[in-house]
Design a protein around this ligand. Structure first.
Ligand code: C5P
Length: 310
């Protein structure tokens, strides 16, 4: 029997996400917008390895542009570890090794996945034993998408996107992602949406609209029907993302031409998510987009949330 009560190192994997539906309402006083969204976790993962240490340090690898990822308190995983330590009275530190596969600032919740993974890894490493409810509370304080990265699967998010209810989703959905070398800033895309709405007569701080996820989106997921889902996918952040990065519109057309059922900006972009009919058609679309010089990946969803893998 090992004398050590807890492991010296814990490896956690957390998924990136696509918003298959993202309706954005008015902006609250805290700067956040009311959302009605449906998240799906997909098979593109962040790996976080937490190792015992006396202070808090972090390294990043795997990202296309790792130098753009901060390694100090601006990093959401670092904030997650420190928040867990202060919430539980843990007095030591941790070294976090982030191995990134989800595009940085890509609209797929990579930073949120890192934070969720860091919470689960440090909780196991330190033996702080938080309940799922307490982990969810900390996650929601870290960012609107962090609770979903903990839970994974397919879920409806309301409030700021952090109030989750699982959605039934049958079978698997095949997606082709097209990533961009340069990310987009989420706050800037929300601000651009507000400006665009203001130009069209709406006020950014109007009382939040009553927001609901349309029934056809939920029915399509429940039926496992990619054709119906393709017809009902929608993202309010697509207009501001396309205004900011017009080439995305060309790439959407390329993906549709290659046979995708539908193409959408993922979250605040610039990653594009193409829904395909079958794994085979996704392979074809992926190859066609790669041949056209795009960085294209075939993934599937839904997959599980943050999990210890060793
Ligand atoms: O919560 P998170 O850090 O992921 O959000 C990043 C930014 O996205 C926020 O600072 C805010 O500008 C914008 N946002 C928003 N409304 C939401 C979620 C995010 O305006 N519901």
């Amino acid at each position: 029997m090992s004398l050590a009560a807890f492991p010296e190192s814990v490896h956690v994997r957390a998924p990136g996400k696509i918003n298959v539906y993202l309706g954005v309402g008015g902006r609250h006083d805290d700067g956040y917008h009311a959302l009605a969204t449906v998240f799906q976790a997909v098979s593109l993962y962040e790996d976080v390895i937490a190792t015992e240490a006396s202070d808090f340090t972090l390294t990043v690898s795997g990202a296309l542009n790792p130098d753009t990822v901060p390694v100090d308190d601006r990093n959401l995983a670092m904030r997650a570890a420190k928040m867990l330590a202060s919430a539980t009275g843990y007095e030591g530190g941790v070294h976090l090794e982030l191995r990134k596969s989800v595009p940085v600032a890509g609209g797929m919740g990579g930073g949120s996945a890192d934070a969720a993974a860091a919470l689960v890894a440090c909780d196991a490493l330190w033996g702080t034993g938080l309940s799922p409810h307490d982990l969810h509370e900390l996650a929601a304080r870290l960012g609107a998408d962090v609770p979903f990265a903990l839970h994974g699967g397919t879920a409806v998010g309301t409030g700021r996107g952090d109030q989750l209810n699982p959605a039934l989703a049958r079978g698997r959905f095949d997606w082709v992602l097209v990533t961009s070398d340069e990310g987009l800033s989420t706050p800037e895309i929300y601000a651009r949406l507000d400006a665009h709405r203001a130009e069209n007569g709406a006020l950014a701080d109007d009382p939040p609209l009553s927001l609901d996820v349309p029934i056809p989106v939920l029915q399509a997921l429940r039926a496992g029907d990619p054709h119906s889902l393709a017809a009902s996918m929608f993202n309010d952040l697509e207009v501001p993302a396309l205004l900011e990065r017009p080439v995305l519109d060309d790439i959407i057309k390329e993906g549709l031409h290659a046979g995708a059922l539908s193409g959408i900006v993922s979250g605040s972009g610039p990653t594009l998510a193409f829904l395909c009919e079958t794994p085979e058609s996704a392979q074809y679309v992926q190859a066609a987009l790669a041949d056209a010089g795009r960085t294209a990946l075939h993934v599937h969803g839904p997959v599980a949330g943050a999990r210890i893998i060793s």
